[in-house]
Ligand binder design. Structure first.
Ligand code: ATP
Ligand code: MG
Ligand code: MG
Ligand code: MG
Length: 586
């Protein structure tokens, strides 16, 4: 049945909503697709819901195509599984928590790794049950610090999340690749211009991870890309809290020495030669530090990790001493002392100082109290090749958190060395090799072919379904309104009858009805502007604002036996004989 503008639950607005900054938000509200209830919480009106359902269906078809099975978990979840995984605490203020009448804790699901893991544990016990891929399309809840741009960053939003379960890494690789290919088909069908970038693992933990970013100037994600070899990566920083109790004092310094003057590269080299003599030749400036950690202790007791030999090799470098102005103590540890202390092994070091380990194994060390703008902290990955400079005040603050990123614009491309360029995008999808993070925490094991218990290996794969609606709108509009790609437009054709009313222009309305019915008979969905006593100008404006790809105008030209067909995307108009209108469109 055609949607009729005379009865459709819709009010278009001529003015932009006051709280809207980005075009998609303004237009989706003005064209009557969504309506705000509260910050980051929106109602889907009939036109908007049709678009949302179409996006859902594209995602559903492609998931079904790779053999993933749809199911549906509740959004209201008990605390316990999230306690077991550590995320009840990790999420902090970012989730909605509530209690039932008995005082038991619950949360509204922000994502469902725990629930899927438990469901598989509940039902499966053998390697023969694997591989398995299951998914849902569901409403998620996150108490975002900055809900933004309408449904682009909501506090309630629709996500497709799927999860794969495999007996070994090779299986995971295969599942990951299947999802990656499906995502390419999904985003191609949605009509996005997008890039696939390497992602920071963030709070999820795990190994290989990629994001699908829709390119957009006002996107919140910054990514770097290499114009030479195509490498691309998100520069998203991970926030790491400063630990309350700092365990540094528990580790005895193997060797500590006060320096009467400002320590220099010579002080450091002399210290190393005295306490960690090398077999082949003496330590010298420019050497790489291996298995030794060197720290400066300032007169106020603050410790400044100068260089670290774990896990990568660090050069003994004059620059590293650049920020030092006072006499201090040089302390050195052997790596084994460091590794023996569990808290330090995690990456923390020094009172008020901290480090963190990123997904790629990069270890950051810094002291939040160092002077703003000082640039001295470095990290390295296992190969020691990838060095990151962190700048106080830019990368971390004294409020007890640090932000650290893998790569930055201007860095050399890790695969070819060319300078990386930066651009912005919106995260539309995220695929992730979780490994055993959740299956270990929740003890999901199955028997392998030798009758031995094996921890199941997991992947997780998300698509922002409601975000996609905003994102497509963001990439498909002009100053007049929205311009939907055919595949997700609320309807296929918008028929506009420009007559005054049925009694004065019976022919216009009658022809419009006929065309509408014929289009429907041909399998197309139609929005029919059958409103009486509404001026053609208003109807045209509305049709442009609503943005259906094909607009048929039935009006004055009927006298010449023609109607006008407009292509909303290109602006192209052509007149066609009334009786050919339907065949022209179908
Ligand atoms: P972002 O970096 O934008 O906050 P995320 O990395 O926190 O997203 P994931 O946990 O990877 O998000 O969730 C999978 C997908 O869900 C994302 O790729 C994104 O498309 C979508 N999504 C996440 N948060 C929101 C939100 N607040 N509103 C709408 N969609 C969202
Ligand atoms: Mg987020
Ligand atoms: Mg993200
Ligand atoms: Mg993500």
């Amino acid at each position: 049945m055609a949607l009729r503008m005379s009865t459709l639950f819709l009010r278009t607005l001529r003015e932009d909503p006051a709280d809207a900054e980005v075009p998609s938000h303004k237009l989706l509200v003005r064209a009557g697709y969504i309506r705000r209830v509260s910050p980051g919480i929106y109602t889907w009106l009939p036109l908007g819901l049709r678009v949302l359902r179409k996006v859902e269906n594209i995602v559903r078809e492609e998931m079904d195509e790779i053999g993933s099975q749809e199911l549906l978990f509740p959004a209201l979840l008990p605390k316990e599984p999230f306690e077991a995984s550590g995320r009840w605490t990790e999420y902090g203020n970012n989730i909605f928590r509530l209690q039932d009448r008995k005082g038991a804790d619950y949360l509204l699901g922000p994502t469902h790794e725990e629930m899927f893991t438990l469901a598989v544990k509940d039902m499966y016990s053998s390697y023969k049950d694997l591989p398995l891929a299951i998914y849902q399309i569901q409403t998620k809840y996150r108490d975002e610090a900055r809900p933004r741009a309408g449904v682009l960053r909501g506090r309630e939003f629709v996500m497709k999340d799927s999860y794969s379960f495999d007996i070994d890494e090779a299986g995971l690789d295969k599942s990951y690749q299947l999802h990656r290919d499906a995502y390419i088909r999904i985003f191609d069908r949605l009509g996005f211009h997008y890039v696939i970038v390497q992602a920071m693992a963030g709070a999820m933990g795990g190994s290989k991870s990629e994001e699908f970013l829709a390119t957009a100037e006002n996107g919140e994600d910054t990514y770097v890309h290499c114009p030479n070899c195509g490498y691309a990566a998100n520069v998203e920083a991970v926030r790491v809290p400063v630990p309350d109790a700092l365990p540094y004092a528990d580790v005895p310094a193997a060797h500590a020495e006060s320096t009467p003057d400002t320590p220099t590269i010579e002080t450091l080299v002399a210290h190393l030669n005295a306490h960690f003599p090398r077999e082949d030749r003496p330590w010298a400036a420019g050497d790489t530090l291996k298995n030794v950690i060197v720290t400066l202790v300032h007169p106020d007791g603050t410790r400044e990790p100068l260089a670290i030999g774990v896990p990568g090799d660090r050069e003994i470098d004059e620059k590293r001493l650049g920020a030092q102005v006072e006499p201090a103590t040089v302390e050195a540890f052997e790596e084994k002392d460091f590794a023996a202390n569990p808290a330090l092994a995690k990456g923390y070091i020094g009172p008020g100082a901290l480090g963190s380990e990123s997904a790629s194994g990069i270890r950051y060390l810094l002291d939040p109290r160092v002077v703003e703008g000082t640039r001295w902290v470095t990290g390295a990955d296992e190969t020691g090749k990838h060095v990151v400079d962190l700048v106080a005040g830019r990368d971390f603050t004294a409020d007890g958190t640090i932000e650290a990123a893998d790569v930055r614009p201007g860095d050399a491309c890790p695969s070819c060395g060319h300078a990386l360029q930066s651009a912005r995008g919106i995260e539309m999808g995220h695929i992730f090799q979780l490994g055993t993070k959740y299956t270990e925490a929740l003890d999901l094991k199955v028997l392998d072919q030798h009758g031995k218990l094996q921890t199941v290996i997991m992947g997780s794969y998300g698509v922002g379904v409601s975000r996609a609606v905003a994102c497509v709108a963001e990439g498909n509009h002009d100053e007049l309104g929205l311009r939907w790609p055919r595949e997700i437009s609320p309807v296929d054709v918008h028929v506009v009858a420009t007559g005054k009313d049925v009694t004065r222009d019976p022919e216009v309305f009658q022809r419009s009805e006929e065309i509408t019915r014929a289009l429907e008979a041909a399998g197309l969905s139609v929005l029919y502007d059958d409103r009486q006593k509404v001026s053609p100008g208003v109807k045209f404006k509305d049709s442009e604002l609503i943005g259906v790809p094909t607009i048929v105008v039935v009006g004055k030209a009927l006298e010449q036996g023609v109607v006008e067909i407009k292509d909303r995307a290109t602006g192209e108009r052509r007149e066609v004989p009334v009786d050919q209108a339907v065949t022209e469109i179908v």
